[in-house]
Write a protein that binds this ligand. Structure first.
Ligand code: MN
Length: 717
């Protein structure tokens, strides 16, 4: 462990590389001497003088180009906790900002995330929320933890395991979300070494044994790629890259074979511009066959922690598979240092850089927003801490919106979680989901890289059942709050909506229905007292709107013979219907509204019987809408379609022959025709077979043109 024995000169060497301001350098030195004095006589468990620890923490921070305040805070981070310090004097000497940083790190040091103790839980909450004030607290804390992990060998085994577990649960994910890959990856490897030493050394050993062979292959591949890019004048740099032991362990853990992983060689290509990234990719793909489905464009679609790069896997030389990353130098900087790359990239102004760092953190990092959102919701502290730990920090699937935005979700999340994350309104009106072009149920478990499309319907509502489906606290809370919005109110609103929709459908003027005399009869009949009760009963499905309307209005449809009722005519029209992304699925035409080719249609997912196609205005859809999906017609129909027509006349004369001849004139087949009413005038119901909507429309026009016909309408049963 020689590398821990560094001096202030080693640190200052690194500092000189990028901090040019003499005053700032003097302040760093001052902090060092102060800390050295305060820690005098204290030793680490490793046997070294205590000051080596703060020195190493600061040195780690120079590798991500931390600003001087951060370095000073790192040097001083343990003095308030461990030494006799006059707080006022400290603030005077190092300034309020440094004091706050040190104080923040000290408080974070007291956190132990895996306890049930309520007091501590409340305390964590404060700290986690507090980090939104200055993200540098977390960065210093990460460096502190990294050095402690490097020297963990000196602590008892039980503590080693506990610390390592905490690192995997909290600190490595934090580093990941801040995009500080360097620190994340070392933290993970160190934790694995203490948690599963056998596995760790086994992987390390295998990597070592094959290293020479892999190095040669990588070198040769590198040469070939360099030649290729040079030939096309793309300036670049190529790095072989080592896979971390932890990432290999992770893949093994997911059931992959070791040989599959260590055979996988990795290259990283750095170029000047985004355009060169794509050019380089094209050249590489033209020379080396890419492995299907392994290409990822994180340039067009950056990860939520701002990571950008192109990823592809190709069959390289000697049949080896190569994982290739292509990115610009700036993207590489962000990939390695995450938000800390602000320090490296913005040349001027220390305080401006820090402000950038903070604003990027709060505005661009999804996990930060989520923590803030969670802290504003009404959940118990324990729930809060668990959500942060399980959902925000240990998020590990990425899914895409159809537009390509990346949404990060916890493992096990469902499309409903996704919908609520996109927007509460989207969540609340979700009626169906398409993942990668396939219809899936609402409780489908989302996988990495799924493309998720949510179908919504303005009049749809959340269902209580959803509470059992969603995995995220955010979605659960939004659903709960929807329902706590007074259930009665929701039912009343919904009842009114259902009733009036039905009235419009039956062409009954709404004011007519609400006429006092009418209502009295309705109230009496249903044994209720007022309109609110009526709406409530309808909204809560106690009474169907139609039955309520029928109290005052005769339902004509009930009297007519249902001539089609028992004829189930489901023609297999699969070939004419396109269900987004699905090839082979049973599709049938709904017998209630009988859509014809060209109608606006909606698919309804039946239980175990494929998809039924309805007209989009079919009233039977209203109660089914959470299972509706988008479907469309094929351009070249091969089937003929049934349609039911209701023909009203202003005569009692028998016009059947006349209607029949008008119909056959335009080659429409009549499959049945029947007189269904003769009280004042004759009304007919006719079933025809047409090619498409155009054909049908032509028929409707022709019939309407007959002098004795007052109306022709398509029926919905
Ligand atoms: Mn420390």
């Amino acid at each position: 462990m020689k590398k821990d024995l560094i001096t202030i000169d080693d640190l200052m060497d690194k500092v000189d590389d990028y901090i040019k301001n003499t005053k700032e350098r003097e302040k760093i030195l001052d902090a060092y001497y102060y800390a050295k004095e305060k820690h005098k006589g204290q030793y680490r468990k490793t046997g070294e003088e205590y000051i080596t620890h703060p020195l190493n923490v600061a040195l780690i921070l120079t590798s991500i180009y931390s600003d001087s305040e951060c370095l000073i805070a790192a040097l001083l981070h343990d003095v308030i906790e461990d030494c006799d310090v006059d707080i006022d004097e400290f603030k005077e000497r190092f300034g309020l900002t440094v004091y706050r940083l040190v104080d923040g790190v000290t408080k974070l040091g007291r956190l132990h995330f895996s306890t049930d103790n309520d007091y501590l839980v409340e305390y964590y909450k404060k700290i986690i929320v507090g980090m939104s004030e200055d993200v540098r607290v977390i960065i210093v804390k990460l460096a502190d933890r990294l050095h402690n992990m490097r020297t963990l060998w000196a602590t008892p085994i039980e503590k080693q395991k506990k610390k390592s577990k905490e690192v995997l649960e909290i600190f490595a994910p934090l580093a990941h979300h801040l995009g500080i890959h360097k620190i994340k990856s070392e933290l993970e490897d160190l934790s694995l070494r203490y948690l599963k030493p056998t596995v760790f050394y086994d992987i390390a050993d295998k990597l070592n044994k094959t290293k020479a062979e892999r190095d040669t292959t990588v070198y040769e591949m590198q040469e070939e790629v360099t030649d290729l890019l040079n030939k096309h004048h793309i300036p670049h740099q190529i790095k072989g890259r080592a896979k971390s032991i932890y990432s290999i362990y992770n893949k093994l853990d997911k059931g992959k074979k070791f040989s599959d992983i260590y055979d996988l060689l990795a290259l990283r290509i750095l170029v000047d511009t985004e355009q060169d990234c794509y050019l380089a990719l094209g050249l590489i793909h033209s020379k080396f066959r890419p492995l299907p489905k392994r290409f990822k464009d994180y340039i067009a679609m950056p990860k939520p922690n701002m990571y950008q790069s192109l990823h592809t896997t190709v069959f390289g030389i000697d049949g080896y598979l190569f994982e290739i990353q292509i990115r610009t130098y700036e993207m590489d900087e962000i990939a390695e240092n995450g938000i800390a790359s602000h320090w490296a990239y913005k040349e001027n102004g220390g305080s401006k850089k820090t402000a950038d760092l903070q604003s990027t953190t709060t505005q661009k990092l999804q996990f930060f927003k989520e923590i803030m959102e969670l802290s504003n919701t009404n959940i118990s502290s324990e729930e809060f801490v668990n959500s942060v730990k399980d959902e925000v920090l240990n998020n590990n699937i990425y899914v895409f919106t159809p537009k390509g935005d990346v949404i990060e979700l916890p493992k096990g999340a469902t499309p409903l979680d996704f919908a609520y994350k996109v927007h509460s309104k989207v969540g609340e009106t979700t009626v169906g989901v398409i993942v990668n072009g396939n219809i899936v149920p609402l409780d489908y478990e989302l996988k990495n890289n799924d493309i998720v499309k949510i179908n919504t319907n303005k009049s749809a509502h959340p269902s209580k059942e959803w509470l059992n489906i969603v995995k995220t606290t955010g979605a659960r809370n939004k659903i709960k709050s929807y329902f706590s919005k007074n259930e009665k109110e929701i039912f009343i609103e919904r009842g009114k909506e259902y009733l009036e929709k039905e009235l419009r459908k039956r062409k009954i003027p709404i004011s007519d229905f609400y006429h006092d005399d009418n209502l009295k009869k309705v109230y009496k009949n249903l044994k209720i007292d007022n309109l609110e009760d009526l709406f409530y009963d309808i909204g809560s499905n106690k009474h169907a709107p139609n039955n309520v309307i029928n109290i005052n209005y005769k339902e004509k449809e009930e009297e007519k013979p249902k001539l089609l009722k028992n004829i189930v005519k489901i023609n297999d029209s699969s070939s004419d219907i396109i269900v987004d992304g699905i090839d082979k699925i049973k599709v049938s035409i709904a017998s209630c509204c009988k859509p014809v080719h060209g109608d606006d249609i909606v698919g309804y997912i039946t239980r175990g019987n494929g998809i039924t196609i309805h007209r989009s205005n079919c009233r039977n859809l209203a109660s089914m809408d959470d299972r509706c999906i988008k479907v469309s017609w094929d351009d070249k129909p091969t089937n003929k379609y049934y349609s039911d027509l209701l023909i009203r006349t202003n005569t009692l004369e028998n016009k059947l022959a006349d209607i029949t001849s008008a119909t056959s004139k335009i080659s429409v087949n009549i499959t049945s025709i029947k007189t269904i009413s003769r009280d004042e005038y004759a009304t007919y119901e006719m079933e025809v077979m047409v090619k498409n909507k155009e054909h049908l429309t032509k028929l409707l026009i022709d019939l309407n043109n007959l002098p004795y016909i007052t109306s022709v309408e398509r029926l919905i049963q």
